[in-house]
Design a protein around this ligand. Structure first.
Ligand code: TYM
Length: 356
């Protein structure tokens, strides 16, 4: 094991703060359901590609999260591979960060149980995503307990920062609460993580329904969702059809004019200027849409070229994921062991020495 990212066992007398400030480490993930979107790039993945050169980072394709709702077992493995390939295509570099598939690291499930035994039923039921999705008739129990799995993902690696979009903020805050509660009851065990959100586009909206999040799980042909692998002509068509309003002047007003604000947020995410300043530069929605299209097509082109290269070289992805899972497991195992010990479980006895 390299020890590069190892949080190490908690030392006696260490407080939450000394644990938290010991080392900067980033963990984040994405669930392989649907197809990755521009929302995923702007809310999370784009920042991951920068953070990997600043500090220790682990990123996971969290396949176990993708099965918390109905899934197609014939598709899951292919989607998981597609997601990993897209993350590398978007710029994650396995030489500087750790990329792995969650299901390849069994420690996630081990710690999830302890998190389920730390969380309260009421706090899980209050999660917005659960309340929204649980309106359907019957949902899997795993949809309710999913934030416990997510907390385990984060706490296993001693993550100090979790870069996500706005929709995941509540789950990271729960992970924080569970870490504090566990540490308080059973002794210092976990680093307490912080959520980090992007400067703009923390919640990129659907281009057709700008009051709704752009979601990767929408049907493949949804016109309001830009996918990272959409060809330029598809991007052009989707942006051209984006809902705006009947006013003429371009103004940034997310409450009253969410469609236009969403396009301005999108453009702002690709440059240094804020959405208000950008609004002043445009005399018409047509001009704004044309610049949005160019910015998106320019951002997606290198990702798509690299994606094609990687698909032609599956060994690259396989090797990176195998190395990533090994490294992640090396880091996670001592943290899980510490948590189980502090929780009161009997450690596995060492085998008796064999008679000489
Ligand atoms: P997932 O796969 O839905 O999304 C991956 C990341 O993309 C962000 N995101 C968005 N950001 C801005 N605008 C949008 N429209 C948009 N849609 C998605 C998400 O906030 C997320 O950061 N449960 C998580 C995956 C996960 C995870 C973790 C994340 C599992 N364990 C531990 C962080 C840490 C999820 O389903 O994300």
């Amino acid at each position: 094991m390299s020890g590069r990212l190892d949080a190490g066992p908690a030392k006696r007398g260490e407080t939450e703060n000394t644990l938290t400030t010991r080392k900067r480490r980033v963990f984040s993930g994405t669930a392989p359901s649907g197809r990755l979107t521009l929302g995923n790039l702007l809310g999370a993945v784009g920042r991951w590609t920068v953070l990997q050169y600043e500090t220790d980072c682990l990123f996971s394709v969290v396949d176990l999260h993708a099965v918390t709702t109905e899934h197609d077992p014939r598709e899951l493995a292919a989607r998981t591979r597609e997601f990993a390939t897209t993350l590398f295509a978007a710029g994650l570099n396995p030489d500087v960060c750790t990329v792995f598939v969650q299901g390849h690291v069994p420690e996630h499930l081990g710690l999830t149980w302890l998190m389920e035994c730390t969380a309260y039923d009421g706090e899980l039921r209050r999660m917005i995503q659960y309340r929204e999705k649980a309106r359907q008739e019957s949902v899997r129990v795993s949809l309710l307990t999913y934030p416990a799995l997510m907390a385990a993902d984060i706490l296993l690696y001693g993550a100090t920062e979790v870069p996500v979009g706005e929709d995941q903020r509540q789950h990271v805050e729960l992970a924080r609460d569970l870490a504090l509660r566990f540490n308080h009851r059973y002794g210092e065990t976990f680093v307490v993580p912080e959520v980090t959100l992007p400067r703009v586009a923390a919640r990129l909206s659907d281009l057709q329904e700008p009051t709704r999040k752009m979601s990767k799980s929408d049907p493949d042909d949804a016109v309001g969702v830009i996918r990272l692998l959409d060809p330029p002509e598809v991007v052009r068509r989707k942006v051209a059809r984006a809902v705006t309003d009947s006013e003429r002047e371009v103004r940034y007003d997310p409450g009253a004019r969410p469609g236009v604000a969403n396009l301005l947020d999108l453009l702002a995410a690709f440059g240094d200027d804020g959405p208000e300043a950008l609004a002043e530069r445009y005399a018409s929605y047509g001009e704004l849409k044309s610049d949005v299209t160019d910015a998106v097509v320019d951002a997606l082109r290198p990702i798509q070229e690299r994606y094609r290269d990687l698909v032609a070289d599956p060994g690259y992805v396989d090797t990176a994921l195998a190395v990533g899972a090994h490294h992640a497991s090396d880091l996670a195992a001592p943290v899980l062991a510490r948590a189980q010990r502090n929780f009161g479980l009997l450690p596995l006895p060492a085998p008796a020495p064999s008679p000489a």
